[in-house]
Design a protein around this ligand. Structure first.
Ligand code: FES
Ligand SMILES: [Fe+2]
Length: 454
């Protein structure tokens, strides 16, 4: 730890993120100008929450049927008839654009003898079951009954395809199986107003990559919502990420989101003394020749370089207003239970995680890159989804650029964490009070769902 590191009341090393924000002369957006530590104790998580068959069954019974979950981006289904399949556990929905401005989520099961209506995403004019030919319109209305003389008991009214609820925010399509759940706008709490500054609907899908991971889905989420692991897992980045300086925000009374702000352009307190030039040079591949201008910091120089790139996308005037933090820091919101969205303009990343089948030790991780649609340009066509298999490297998805190698570092821990938890003595994890408080908050909220009656 650097000699001049002082500690605040929670024990965190300086500089705090709020100090760094105050050092920036640009007006700070209200979203960033406060930190919130919510004391929810020091508890850890029982290992069986990750490894147990019962825990997975409880989540399938009481969590997934009740929460709003991101099913797709709207730009994945741009034309009427376009649909994707959203699958969670044994449940499958056809998420379809049923009219120009209408999206529906139909249960993917024929009402005749139950065949799934669609086996893959695509574009259709109607849903015709491949088994005997019962056919429904895109809005779920029955259109055709084969041999109607033999189905006197089937009427249009009693043979509509059942639907889950659909909500839309920020270019995302959300679904919810629970007809009694609060609407999406309520569920998202302050997220829509927080994102007004950088609207998610102004973004397009430049990459979408999915890969199974041999660990519980919660372990995978948790690996992406703290920066505590940077020094040991991503040592190449500790020279320009203030991992232990990260601000973690959990707000009393807010159940469905938390945040972290991980500052860049300062070295981790785990590094020895570094010059500002060394910090800047380490922040870019082939950055050896970079120099911090006289009187400036590496942080400001990094932000200036980022603003120069952003100027080509959003225009010079708009880029000039982007604060240092918005330009380079990892500012990341976690929307309960499984969606993580980066805010600001440092990197346009979104993660989604969910369990796969009935193995608690298997999940699907997806990464989206959602850059801003360039100013005055037409919206680019969305990228096709790349499906990696469980043995593949994230670097096989070239569209992720340098992120692939970073994800490989993250994933290299995860199967080993899952395995370790199975033989852990003591039976529970030990979470940091501050740096892992978002994980504690997650489990607190999760418990609230699981403790409700099925
Ligand atoms: S199962 Fe679908 S038409 Fe028979
Ligand atoms: Fe990581």
């Amino acid at each position: 730890m650097a000699d001049d590191a002082r500690l605040d009341p929670l024990g965190r090393p300086f500089p705090a993120v709020q100090d760094l924000l105050r050092a920036d002369p640009r007006p700070q957006p209200w979203q960033l100008n406060a930190a919130s530590y919510h004391d929810i104790g020091l508890g850890g998580v029982p290992a069986t929450q990750y490894t147990g068959q019962d825990a997975l069954a409880a989540e399938y019974a009481r969590l997934w049927p009740r929460v709003w979950q991101m099913a797709c981006r709207e730009d994945e289904i741009p034309e009427v008839g376009d649909h994707i399949l959203y699958e969670i556990g044994d449940r499958s929905l056809i998420v379809v654009r049923s009219a120009a401005d209408e999206i529906r989520a139909l249960y993917n099961a024929c009402l005749h003898r139950g065949r799934q209506l669609r086996d893959c995403p695509g574009r259709v004019a109607k849903f015709r079951c491949p088994f005997h030919g019962f056919t429904w319109a895109l809005d779920g209305q029955l259109q055709e009954t084969p041999t109607p003389w033999d189905f006197p008991h089937v009427t249009d009214g009693n043979f509509r395809l059942p639907e889950a609820r659909v909500g839309r925010w920020g270019g995302f399509v959300f679904v919810n199986f629970d007809q009694a759940a609060p609407p999406l706008e309520t569920y998202l709490e302050d997220i829509p107003s927080i994102f007004e500054r950088w609207p998610m609907e102004a973004r397009y899908t430049a990459a979408h990559v999915a890969r199974p991971i041999a660990c519980n889905w919660k372990l995978a989420v948790e690996a992406f919502v703290e920066s505590f692991h940077v020094t040991d897992t991503h040592p190449q980045a500790a020279s320009y990420i203030g991992d232990f300086n990260t601000q973690y925000d959990v707000w009393a009374g807010k159940r469905h989101y938390s945040r972290m702000i991980s500052p860049r352009g300062i070295a981790s307190p785990s590094m020895g003394e570094m010059t500002q030039d060394e910090i800047l040079q380490s922040s870019e591949p082939n950055g050896e020749s970079l120099r911090v201008p006289e009187g400036e910091t590496a942080r400001r120089a990094m932000a200036d370089r980022r603003r120069a790139v952003l100027a080509t996308v959003i225009g010079a005037e708009e880029a000039e207003r982007v604060t240092d933090s918005e330009a380079i820091d990892t500012i990341q919101y976690w929307i309960f239970p499984n969606l993580v969205v980066w805010w600001g303009l440092a990197a346009p990343i979104v993660y989604r995680f969910r369990p796969l089948g009935n193995d608690p030790g298997l999940c699907l991780m997806e990464a989206y890159l959602l850059p801003l649609v360039p100013k005055d340009k037409p919206r680019p066509k969305p990228a096709k989804t790349t499906h990696l298999d469980i043995e593949q490297s994230w670097t096989d998805a070239k569209e992720l650029g340098g992120l692939g190698a970073v994800f490989d570092q993250d994933v290299s821990n995860l199967w080993a964490v899952h395995k370790g938890l199975k033989s852990m003595r003591g039976g529970a994890t030990t979470l940091a009070r501050y740096q892992e408080n978002r994980i504690r908050h997650f489990h607190d909220v999760l418990r609230g769902y699981l403790d409700r009656d099925a």
